[in-house]
Design a protein. Structure first.
Length: 460
């Protein structure tokens, strides 16, 4: 066994053990967006004074490790916090792939009292759901379950309240499986069958969650369109008779539903975690120092701190401006890396990752509209949900082809509709069954999607 000192704390490691494996068992875990393949560079730590990738470093002797400081993700939930506690309260939790948002809800007043947001520590096992499903297939679900339960406990403890009876939870189907300790591996291979889609309830203590007696999830629609979209639909409501709405969740995985008062159709776009900063060389989540906006060559950062990297909204702005200046061509070709700030740049591979993500979303929207025979004039509202929707420049989203230009005037940012819809369900107990009838469309089986996807890769 070797001695490993991590920020002044002593741990023991077996000879040849990966440093990332040791870190996952401590409070010092680091993100592994690429799932430990050694290609994203986001798990870089200092080992005996030398920067190393934790996922690739094998422990062969005594070492001293320093973990770079990571600030919490800035996530705008859109909640109006009253600060007024009442006798009857509950929790509403949104488990995002990247971010957790926990609200204290007054059942007496039908209001959100306070909201806390934290990063989802499961990013140590991969940025997207498929990486985490793959980890569970190889190692079981227990570690991922306990990791998120511990973070939820920290958030509950911050409220400093006696034990509360209920916590209502929404998230994609994979996140809910991981919360309840249910193996999600079958969703990682055809025919992608989840263990459950219906609402699930469990005692908090059985899940290792303290401070709440019962944990109750909202129902999901399919393996890839989860309770987060159901909660979102519950929040935004129905369009007027004869019209349609679109709800687009631009999180780590893009989930989209097209619906009217009489019917609904939905899908999940394989956009990857590009919009959360993963798979982008200088990408990062919306932490302090992340470039969240870019105009006329000037970056704006979270906290007005020195620029450290680029988050999703900043990436959209940067690509839009470089297109306008002709630095990025219509094909996506860029002759050389473009410097945005000191030690922050955009490279050709980043542009390609962005093209894949934006085409997946736009092509999915157009596919649903075609299948449902809905034209642009039939759409009343396009709701954009997700952690960064409140900061997105809608005009630039149109310029880069993330959204069809015909929809831009109809777009409304609703920020974290999953959290807001879960809170609404907690105090109104709405009937959610009408949202569960949505027909799921497998884009890979659609005869026109691949051609549409290739066409939309271009910047037009």
């Amino acid at each position: 066994m070797h001695k490993v000192i991590i920020d002044d704390k002593l741990f023991l490691a077996a000879n040849g053990q990966r440093l990332s494996e040791l870190l996952m068992g401590t409070e010092n875990s680091v993100p592994h967006p690429c799932g430990g393949r050694g290609v994203c560079g986001k798990c870089t730590v200092e080992v005996n004074g030398v920067m190393q990738l934790a996922c690739q470093y094998e422990i062969r002797g005594d070492i001293t490790v320093h973990i770079p400081v990571h600030t919490e993700i800035l996530s705008e939930t859109g909640a109006l916090e009253t600060g007024i506690k009442t006798e009857n309260m509950c929790y509403a939790l949104d488990i995002g792939t990247t971010t957790l948002a926990l609200s204290l809800v007054s059942l007496d007043r039908g209001e959100i009292v306070k909201v806390l947001t934290r990063s989802n520590p499961q990013t140590a096992f991969g940025a997207d759901v498929m990486s985490r499903i793959d980890y569970c297939g190889r190692n079981g679900v227990q570690k991922l379950q306990s990791t998120v339960a511990e973070r939820i406990n920290e958030m509950i403890a911050a409220f400093r309240l006696p034990i509360i009876d209920k916590m209502y939870v929404a998230g994609n189907a994979t996140m809910l499986h991981l919360l309840f300790g249910v193996d999600p591996s079958p969703m990682g291979r055809a025919p992608y069958i989840p263990a459950f889609l219906e609402s699930k309830a469990c005692a908090g203590e059985k899940l290792g969650i303290h401070g709440v007696k019962n944990v109750i999830s909202l129902p999901s629609i399919s393996a890839f369109v989860g309770a987060d979209l159901v909660a979102g639909l519950n929040f935004v409501g129905m369009p007027q008779k004869g019209k349609y709405n679109l709800l687009i969740d631009l999180g780590t995985n893009a989930e989209i539903v097209l619906y009217s008062r009489d019917s609904a159709i939905c899908t999940a776009a394989a956009a990857g975690p590009c919009f959360e900063g993963a798979n982008i060389r200088c990408g990062m989540s919306a932490e302090e120092g992340a470039i969240w906006a870019y105009e006329n060559g000037t970056p704006k950062t979270v906290g007005d701190a020195p620029a450290k990297g680029i988050c999703g909204t900043g990436l959209i702005d940067i690509v839009a401006e470089l297109l306008e200046k002709g630095i990025i061509e219509e094909s996506g070709y860029m002759e050389e890396d473009f410097s945005i700030a000191e030690n922050v740049h955009l490279c050709q591979a980043d542009v390609r990752q962005f093209q894949v993500a934006k085409s997946a979303v736009c092509s999915a929207v157009l596919t649903l509209m075609e299948k449902h025979k809905v034209c642009f004039a039939d759409l009343e509202k396009v709701y954009l949900s997700g952690g960064f929707s409140g900061k997105i420049n809608i005009c630039n989203a149109g310029k880069v082809g993330l959204l069809p230009a015909q929809l831009l005037e109809k777009c409304v940012a609703v920020k974290n509709s999953s959290l807001l819809g879960t809170a609404k369900y907690a105090y109104e107990k709405n009937d959610l069954s009408g949202y569960l009838i949505a027909q799921y469309v497998d884009l890979s089986a659609d005869p026109h999607f691949s051609d549409r996807f290739v066409d939309n890769m271009l910047f037009q």
